[in-house]
Design a protein around this ligand. Structure first.
Ligand SMILES: Cc1cc2nc3c(=O)[nH]c(=O)nc-3n(C[C@H](O)[C@H](O)[C@H](O)COP(=O)(O)OP(=O)(O)OC[C@H]3O[C@@H](n4cnc5c(N)ncnc54)[C@H](O)[C@@H]3O)c2cc1C
Length: 531
């Protein structure tokens, strides 16, 4: 068994863990980040896409609101490449109490969230699709944020500072020497190899799974409730501004325009197992009804896919039993296991929001520094992430502009998301992954209206070529990808998307017969030949 040595081991490659790794590496600690799947495959890759201004919490939870606006300002500077500055509206629909708007204004002002009431007619000019029954509109600095771009950039910053990132490495156990945590035993999920990572300090940033890792370290009772939320991506940007209902936080009250789609969400239902957040028909129906209240005609618009994410909501094990996850604090929890359990060299950070990931990481690394007796200043609020050095925000027109400049030289592989062959090959080489779903997250491959119908057989051929993988592995990758996409399409099959799914089925089953493509060398030979 090969052993690896490091100063800091961070477990969990979502926003929180990537943020902790970025922070620790930037302070000069030798750092390793491990993630059991691909980066941002947990909640971070399944969230709503909103960089909160804090407006949502201004009435209910002022501390959360203040944290959001504080981080919103910093992230616009240090993570601009992952942010589209859409701005946000809080709107009073016919179903909301107009008097709540006064409380909202007061709350925003108390938390120093820039807020302004504008006339509905002004809002209708900018957002012609929103409900004409809206009676009050407030502007706030909400924005859209791309969780994948953000996390990959944190990983890039980590490696630029000398750190290492191990994706597809699952923690199987926590190593202890007496009362001190000394790293973890991990398994490479692709090769099956198991080895130990010896670390001076270990940070558990596994979101909804944090209780399991804490248990492995011998620190029981870390209860992280799993609050499931579903979201539906609509084919178009029905709006270009984030639209929130001006009311107490509830289900289906936010519509976020992100990249080429707009996303309605979300729900909040407590579930037992964070690995199995299913989507029910009833939830889909309720979400579409809620969308209708913000944008009349929503139900007739084309829905692309639906997915669920799981909020990590920390609950003090000693508190009374809670069944409604909206009653659990949205703030984060940093657990000092030396004080709590008498176990040194180990911290857990969980809960919070993606918007506050950087601040959560800063607090965590500050506490680690204190325990290690190594005071080093945090750099992440001052030094931008590698792709954000120009300070430019993400811009929707970027790919079209690039396409127009190279139209005659570069092949277009994904028409929906305007992905050119050169970008695809570059990412496949950089990521060095044979998993098409990993390439999807990096480029939005197959995420447009056709859901991979026209680009995936092309991309599979290119992956086969670039990765020099055998045809069985390429077939497996294609099949896994299609299976994964189907999960998100199946619960919303109606209208145009049903027609699209039928066409995709003809292409992949009717023409290519993917179900019977050989995915193993043995498949090429009939059973009788093998004897
Ligand atoms: C429906 C929904 C909508 C949301 N919308 C927003 C929003 O719009 N704006 C906002 O600011 N916040 C939003 N949030 C909250 C936000 O998404 C989360 O707080 C945040 O993404 C959590 O990040 P994390 O890194 O802590 O957890 P995760 O992203 O879940 O990362 C934890 C990682 O740990 C890994 N892991 C688990 N066990 C192991 C192991 N044994 N070994 C190795 N790795 C392991 C998992 O695979 C996972 O990738 C939303 C949450 C939900 C559920």
């Amino acid at each position: 068994m090969k052993n690896v040595q490091t100063e800091v081991l961070v477990i969990g490659g979502g926003a929180t863990g990537s943020g902790v790794a970025w922070d620790a590496a930037a302070r000069g600690f030798e750092t390793i980040l491990v993630e059991r799947k691909d980066l941002a495959e947990g909640t971070t890759g399944r969230f709503h896409g909103l960089l909160h201004s804090g407006g949502r919490y201004a009435v209910k939870d002022r501390l959360a609101a203040e944290e959001c606006i504080h981080e919103n300002r910093i992230l616009r500077r240090v993570a601009s490449d992952a942010i589209e500055d859409t701005g946000g509206y809080f709107v009073t629909t016919p179903w909301d109490d107009p008097a709540f708007g006064d409380k909202f204004l007061e709350g925003c002002r108390a938390c120093e969230i820039p807020v302004e009431e504008i006339s509905p007619s002004q809002a209708f000019q900018d957002e012609p699709r929103i409900n004409r029954g809206i009676s009050r509109v407030f502007t706030v600095p909400d924005a859209a944020i791309d969780g994948w771009k953000l996390v990959w950039d944190c990983a890039k910053a980590t490696t630029e500072h000398g750190g290492r990132v191990f994706t597809y490495h699952q923690v199987l156990g926590i190593l202890r020497a007496g009362d001190v945590v000394r790293g973890a035993k991990v398994r490479n999920e692709l090769s099956g190899e198991e080895f130990e990572i010896h670390a001076d300090f270990t940070i558990n940033a596994t979101g909804a799974w944090a209780g399991k890792i804490a248990d492995m370290a011998g620190c029981p009772g870390v209860q992280v409730l799993a609050g499931k939320g579903i979201m539906i991506a609509m084919n178009h940007r029905l709006v270009n501004t984030v639209i929130n209902r001006c009311t107490m936080p509830a289900d289906g009250d936010i519509l976020v325009p992100i990249r080429t789609v707009s996303v309605i969400g979300t729900t909040d239902i407590r579930i037992k197992d964070p690995d199995e957040p299913d989507v029910t028909q009833d939830e889909v129906d309720r979400m579409l009804d809620d969308g209708e209240k913000l944008v009349p005609g929503f139900r007739k618009a084309r829905a692309l896919r639906v997915w669920a994410g799981v909020r990590p909501l920390f609950k003090d094990a000693r508190a009374a039993e809670t069944t409604d996850t909206r009653d659990v604090s949205r703030s984060h929890a940093l657990l000092d296991h030396r004080d709590r359990d008498g176990v040194a060299g180990f911290l857990t950070i969980t809960g919070g929001k993606l918007t506050t990931f950087r601040m959560m990481a800063e607090e965590t690394v500050d506490m680690m520094c204190e325990q290690l007796g190594a005071q080093r200043a945090c750099r992440t609020s001052a030094d931008p992430l590698p792709s954000s050095k120009t300070g430019k925000f993400m811009w929707l027109g970027e790919r079209l502009k690039e396409r127009e400049a190279t139209m005659h030289e570069d092949q277009l592989i994904c028409e929906c998301e305007l992905i050119q062959r050169s970008s695809l090959e570059r990412v496949m080489t950089q990521r060095s992954s044979t998993i098409l779903d990993d390439i999807r997250r990096a480029l939005r491959l197959g995420m447009g209206p056709c859901q991979g119908g026209f680009c995936m057989y092309r991309a599979t051929g290119i992956l086969h070529d670039v990765e020099r993988m055998d045809s069985w592995a390429a077939n497996r990758s294609l099949r896994d990808f299609l299976q994964e996409r189907w999960k998100g399409v199946q619960p919303i099959l109606y209208g145009d998307q049903l027609r699209q799914a039928r066409l995709d089925d003809w292409i992949f089953q009717g023409v290519l017969d993917v179900e019977h493509l050989p995915t193993d060398q043995l498949d090429d030979h009939p059973a009788s030949d093998r004897a």
